[in-house]
Design a protein around this ligand. Structure first.
Ligand SMILES: Nc1ncnc2c1ncn2[C@@H]1O[C@H](COP(=O)(O)OP(=O)(O)OP(=O)(O)O)[C@@H](O)[C@H]1O
Ligand SMILES: [Mg+2]
Ligand SMILES: [Zn+2]
Length: 465
């Protein structure tokens, strides 16, 4: 069974508000509270705080955040570190990644396919670059530390990102951080956290019930002679901050437990469904193909080589492949009256093959007073008409196969026949060149979509006539 991670992103455009302290210590608290829950952490900044906190001595590195962002499965670069927390080593330089990361959901997909389960915590840089945005969109919960009015003002950008993409904002929550309890105000807002809360509520931002106090003890955990950074859980148990982290962790575990399908899971299921639908419609397109080349009549299964053209009628009722040679030889005869025993037929056929192989042909028969004329045109791949000729279809209406054009008559009859031997009115046939080494590729989603665009363009040209 595939498992998907539940993702918690810590983000704020403001620097030094306590993001990394929050991310790293939450990882430790969550793991301590639930030993069997896999907890993984990584960071997009290059301060190496994560590494200083979690790396074990002598541990060999399998890869880093840069590798993961280059699509190495995250599960392959995670290292099991101190306190039982998995971490992905930081990378000095993610600059080149910013340029490659175009889509907003790339990280969600990567994490869904990562093989990771449990909780993944993402510590971001103090900006809203494409990586931060990806981390925000991937998240089941986003925690935004705010310590003062400027950092509260900055939240607006995160909220409007969610609005722009139409993502539910209930995953976003502010958390007052680095709150100096000694500072008291006169009046309604008696302290900083009450003030921040009131302003947040006023702007429609949700705040966690818990806040994090400023503590000199916590601050000192960063500076140790051995270069390590110590956790609050083990080295600042006597502080208020310890209780506050425990409280936030309990809150996070509650929402983790209440989420049967994380965002990564939902996104992955959606992607898989989309892929399934793509396959289904591709198969449906394969289903409706004629089994013979309409010009020579041979079963394509028996003679699959040389399928150089794909045809489709304007009403899409007839579709299939034609042999390269069948179609070009037919054009030589229909357009220039040449037959295989004419002199220079070979040269003409080569020229025609070259031209037809680069253009889309339109065959639109028009009947008036029991006389049928074929409006034949060629279009460039960009849809410009580059050639037109009226071809007299003598005897066609009477059903006389005159020999010379009998193959053309067959093609038109087979593809455009309607009631009682007459052609379907207003229908036409377009013939598109395809790669004979992989003709069915034309039915793949993207190729087929552009083919349909061309059909519409051709239809407009016909309607104008
Ligand atoms: N509760 C706390 N009490 C006192 N000091 C704290 C507390 N939390 C964090 N700090 C200190 O505040 C400083 C900034 O914290 P931290 O590095 O976690 O912020 P950040 O938002 O990740 O910064 P950056 O934006 O640079 O990544 C650090 O020196 C840290 O030790
Ligand atoms: Mg940081
Ligand atoms: Zn054929």
């Amino acid at each position: 069974m595939q498992s998907y991670p539940y993702i918690i992103t810590i983000s704020s455009e403001k620097g030094g508000v306590g993001k990394t302290t929050l991310a790293t210590n939450l990882a430790i608290y969550l793991k301590a509270m639930r030993e069997d829950l896999p907890v993984t952490i990584f960071s997009f900044d290059n301060h190496f705080t994560i590494d200083r906190m979690f790396a074990l001595k002598g541990q060999k590195q399998k890869g880093d955040v840069h590798d993961m962002l280059m699509d190495v499965p995250a599960g392959d670069v995670v290292q099991l570190g101190q306190y039982g927390v998995g971490f992905i080593p930081s990378s000095t330089e993610l600059g080149d990644i910013h340029e490659r990361f175009k889509g907003p959901m790339t990280l969600t997909r990567m994490l869904a396919e990562s093989g990771l389960s449990g909780i993944v915590i993402i510590d971001t840089r103090p900006d809203l670059n494409i990586l931060t945005q990806n981390a925000l969109y991937a998240a089941d919960r986003v925690l935004i530390p705010v310590k003062d009015m400027p950092s509260l003002d900055n939240c607006r950008n995160i909220f409007s990102l969610f609005e722009q993409r139409g993502i539910d904002k209930k995953s976003l929550a502010l958390i007052p951080c680095l709150i100096d309890e000694r500072i008291k105000f006169d009046g309604v807002f008696k302290d900083l956290k009450t003030l921040l809360r009131a302003f947040a509520a006023n702007r429609g931002y949700r705040c966690l019930d818990t806040y994090i106090s400023k503590s000199p003890k916590v601050e000192s955990l960063n500076t140790n002679p051995d270069g390590r950074i110590y956790p609050i859980l083990t080295h600042a148990r006597g502080t208020d901050v310890h209780g506050q982290f425990a409280e936030i962790s309990r809150d996070l575990l509650r929402s983790y437990d209440a989420t049967p399908e994380s965002r990564a899971c939902l996104y992955f299921t959606w992607l898989a469904e989309k892929e399934g639908k793509r396959k289904e419609s591709y198969l449906a397109r394969l289903e409706g193909l004629a089994d013979r080349c309409l010009i020579c009549g041979t079963l394509l299964e028996e003679q699959p080589d040389g399928r150089g053209f794909y045809y489709e009628t304007s009403d899409r009722t007839a579709r299939g492949f034609l042999h390269d040679s069948c179609f070009t030889e037919m054009l030589c005869t229909a357009l220039y009256g040449m037959t295989s025993n004419s002199q220079a037929f070979d040269a003409a056929r080569m020229l025609m093959a070259d031209k037809a192989g680069k253009t889309i042909s339109l065959l639109s028969p028009k009947t008036s007073d029991s006389q049928t004329v074929l409006d034949y045109r060629q279009f460039s791949p960009t849809g410009e008409q580059i050639f037109q000729k009226d071809v007299d279809l003598t005897g066609f209406s009477e059903g006389i196969l005159d020999g010379n054009n009998s193959r053309l008559y067959l093609l038109l009859n087979e593809s455009l026949a309607g009631y009682q031997g007459r052609l379907r009115s207003d229908s036409w046939l377009a013939v598109h060149p395809v790669d004979p080494s992989d003709p069915v590729a034309v039915l793949h989603e993207d190729r087929y979509r552009s083919l349909q665009k061309m059909q519409i363009q051709i239809g407009a040209a016909v309607a104008q006539a």
